[in-house]
Design a protein around this ligand. Sequence first.
Ligand code: PMP
Length: 361
Amino acid sequence: MGKRIINFNPGPCALPLPILEKAAAEFTDYAGTGMSIMEISHRSKQFQAVVDESVALLKELLGVPDNYKIMFLGGGASTQFYFVPMNYLNGGTADYVNTGAWSKKAIKEAKLFGTVNVAATSEESTFKFIPKQADLKLTADAKYFHYTSNNTIYGTEYHYVPQVKAPLICDMSSDIMSFAFDVSKFALIYAGAQKNLGPAGVTVVIARDDFIEAGSDKIPTMVQYRTHAKENSLYNTPPCVNIYMLKLFMEWVKKEGGLKAMEARTKAKADLLYGAIDEMGSLYKGHAEKDSRSNMNVTFNLTGGEEQEKKFIEEATKAGFGGSKGHRSVGGVRISMYNATSPDDIKKFVAFMKEFYSKNK
Ligand code: PMP
């Protein structure tokens, strides 16, 4: 096996090594079929089992109630930006919170199908914070309320679930499976798999039965959630390999102790990294306000400016840490630490930060 780095890419991102090894071991002969998982029929009993087991694992790990369906859809989380309004907006008004690039893209798509009320925004302060519940300006008869629980680019995260009367919809692409939450508060949750669930190419949708049925039936069949819910994600050929990898990832999460264990790891990593930033504040400046800090994507700048940031990233790469460059829209450094990143990986990175600090403060 080649050398593996400590990978801080924001998504696609690091996956647990044991699942990559398992996939490699059974890649040419899946479950005694004499075929790769890429070659078997999505209608075969072996693949049906992959879908069923993936659903069962997600239900168990996230505590999804029985009146919800779990769907595996193609097209990435961005596809959900228009699925949602096509199904539910229908010329009405929906409330959206604008907390960054992904929220903005969701808002743009929704405007094609009705009116968007921006219930709150943090745009004027380069998305440094998450608006508080008290600051949400809600529409009385909103068709739904949409928010992005974690802002992958700016490194901010909700640490509360908004309380609203309208059906609650959340883009949980970059923090699902890292914290415990009550699924029953939501009408619909969607998440691109490529951070905490698996490789890119499949999006998980978790939606309440009555909400699925409330969607429009005047839109193309493929865009109706009811189609995929009814057919157990097998209305058409789904992203088979990606669902299989998701299953392996969820088996790993379960073996590691489930959602509670992921939550504890998440907290441990965040404490280590934000602790280091705060301790060496004369060199490292966090982008997010403290109460809005993301536990998944830690964004910071160096007080010496762009040249120093470039040097930091170059030295980090040399030391075996990949993917630490900030998104082009914010610059600086971004450390993405999803579930496959261990507290030990972060300890090593903090040691690197300390060394850099001692030489450059
Ligand atoms: N929402 C969030 C929060 C994201 O981080 C991303 C991608 N990083 C997306 C949506 C878009 O996902 P995709 O590229 O799968 O369309």
